[in-house]
Design a protein around this ligand. Sequence first.
Ligand code: GLN
Length: 209
Amino acid sequence: MAAASVRESGSASASALREQDAPLIGVLALQGSFAAHTRMLRGLRARVREVRVPADLDGLEGLVMPGGESTTMTLGVEREGLAEPLRALIGGGTPVLGSCAGLIMLDREHLALMDIRAERNAFGRQTNSFETDLQLQGLAGGPMHGVFIRAPWVAEHGPDVEVLAEIDGHPVAVREANMLAVAFHTELGDDDRLHRLLLQRAREQASLR
Ligand code: GLN
């Protein structure tokens, strides 16, 4: 009886500790599909903060740049003075996951954090939106179901960019240092593997500090 209650209190404090240790992940929440990312991350027991102003970036251990509309998002980033603080956070090694417009935001012509040039709406009018399964190199558990909505592809990239998946020879999933970007919406559906990966990177990064 006594032993059982010791075990119980032991496991209660262990889960309290886990809660405290859960990485703090920001989701850029100016526009677009941020709520679904927030839900998915909370489902993985991350601590989540929606980011709207520079102060929201303080202490983040990971960040999601969601899909949406990159022109509108760029205006929001400029209006709120978020460009430099975002560059400092991500450039400083904080893990980031960019999805669709999030990939565009990371490219040379936007925040200039990844050595890629995204071609917006690259799949053209005929195939505005589509879904397909694709295997990301190195991702365990088989192909991901990708939802592409007026999606970009990566038209050019530098030598440090690793291409993880392509469609018809066009990169749609790329990684460079602490940044992972995919052209599809990874927050729709129930495949949370890329969010798990972000949390794992965030924990690793936090343990180095
Ligand atoms: N077409 C959008 C853009 O150019 C991206 C679409 C998306 O995020 N689903 O910003």
